[in-house]
Design a protein around this ligand. Structure first.
Ligand SMILES: [Zn+2]
Length: 411
């Protein structure tokens, strides 16, 4: 059979072909030794033992030279579309200024909102595409992108259009989310009016323009649980799927919503109450950890990883790339999930591949190496699996492939 690409001589192929994992170990990861993968028309058409690969004729053969091959990385949480530079805020944070002091000094989210509203669509899209290229070059083959720095209808509508442009123009797969971020200053005294406007105008617009998700920053100082319920139930009625920012600053009861509604992911979770964890393990919800974001805000509390693992809650890891956390490289985030939060390297990898695909409702098309899935494939400069995140701190990829396109290849 003729194929476009054949990757041969793979030392260990991590397929995650059994699906999203509540417990990740070498047995559940679907590892094939001395493997090969065949790709045709952007999809994987065959995986198996290298000794069976001779029957394929390929336009291009890559010899993996015994290295590790995994699915492409999936970043399920980014605020990629914004304008304005907030680099001086790092210095303010280091001087011990609090977030509300930074806001009062004219910084923080409202600064980004002002700059983003002023920026032309094409500039926002151009900047975001440059970051997406950087992400892809470092192995991120699927990226979720949120709105959320426009707040008012016309500005959020512009950000929805920016996401549509990214979907068309980015080399990797882009998933779009309408985010209820904070109450805009214009509506400070009339919160419920804003929530009404968001649900009745923005949610249907996002659905009509075929964004996939609605997300709410449900936390102290952002949206209340009641407001969140209104937004997500309206979202579900309009055919949008739901994800939530939850328990980052305080436990206000937000994560409980995952027991009431179908919520694909709850993200942050520093203040996740342990009492809810057994219930969470009965849902499809992924608990997504954002270790780089924790570092950027100098958070002193960690999510309850041991309890999540013990109860078998799906774990995810994402960058939370945003103007207050400017690391777009998921490889780094995975290493920090290991060294800061105690995930095993294989757990971290599953969290940003198969479980991440599950959280974006993309499994089995992405996040796994199996027949029929998109050919999002990475070849790592590791000789054995135990070196994952053991060798760290730099880009360890030799080859990046997305939807069958070879983005780079050093073999
Ligand atoms: Zn976020």
């Amino acid at each position: 059979m003729r194929v476009d690409l054949l990757i041969r001589n793979i030392g260990e192929l991590v397929t995650f072909k059994e699906g999203p994992l509540r417990r990740v170990d070498k047995d559940s990861a679907g590892i094939i030794h001395n493997a090969a993968v065949a790709v045709k028309d952007s999809k994987i058409v065959w995986i198996g033992s290298d000794s069976d690969a001779d029957r394929y004729e390929a336009s291009l053969i890559i010899n993996a030279e015994g290295r590790i091959v995994t699915p492409g990385l999936i970043d399920t949480h980014t605020h990629l579309i914004f304008a304005g530079d907030r680099s001086h805020e790092l210095w303010m944070k280091l001087e011990g200024r609090t977030y509300s002091e930074i806001l009062e000094a004219g910084g923080g989210i409202y600064y980004t909102v002002e700059e983003t509203r002023k920026a032309p669509l094409e500039d926002l899209v151009g900047d975001a595409l440059r970051v997406l290229d950087k992400m892809l070059d470092h192995g991120t083959t699927v990226v979720e992108v949120k709105t959320g720095y426009g707040l008012l209808y016309e500005h959020e509508a512009k950000l929805i259009d920016a996401i549509l442009e990214l979907k068309k123009r980015a080399q990797q797969t882009v998933i779009g989310t309408l985010l209820a971020h904070v109450i805009p200053r214009e509506y400070k005294e009339k919160r419920s009016e804003y929530v009404d406007c968001f649900t009745r105008r923005l949610v249907p617009l996002a659905a009509e323009k075929k964004l996939e998700f609605v997300d709410v920053f449900c936390d102290k100082g952002a949206f209340t649980v009641e407001e969140t319920k209104k937004i997500i139930s309206w979202g579900i009625r309009n055919g949008l799927k739901t994800r939530l920012h939850s328990d980052e600053l305080a436990n206000i009861g937000c994560s409980r919503l995952a027991l009431e509604y179908e919520i694909y992911s709850i993200d942050h979770l520093e203040y996740l109450p342990e009492s809810i964890i057994p219930g969470l393990a009965m849902t499809r919800t992924v608990a997504t950890l954002l270790p780089t974001s924790m570092l950027s805000v100098f958070a002193d509390k960690k999510p309850p990883v041991k309890q999540l693992r013990k109860n078998g809650v799906y774990l995810g890891v994402a960058t939370d790339y945003n103007p207050n956390n400017m690391n777009p490289i998921l490889q780094t985030t995975l290493d920090l999930a290991v060294y800061l939060l105690g995930l095993t390297p294989l757990e971290a990898l599953a969290a940003a591949t198969v479980n991440a695909a599950w959280s974006l409702d993309l499994y089995p098309d992405h996040g796994t190496i199996r027949e029929g899935a998109y050919a999002d494939i990475l070849i790592w400069d590791y000789e054995k699996l135990s070196q994952l995140s053991y060798i760290w701190g730099y880009d360890r990829l030799l080859t990046v492939i997305t939807k069958g396109n070879i983005i780079r290849n050093a073999l």
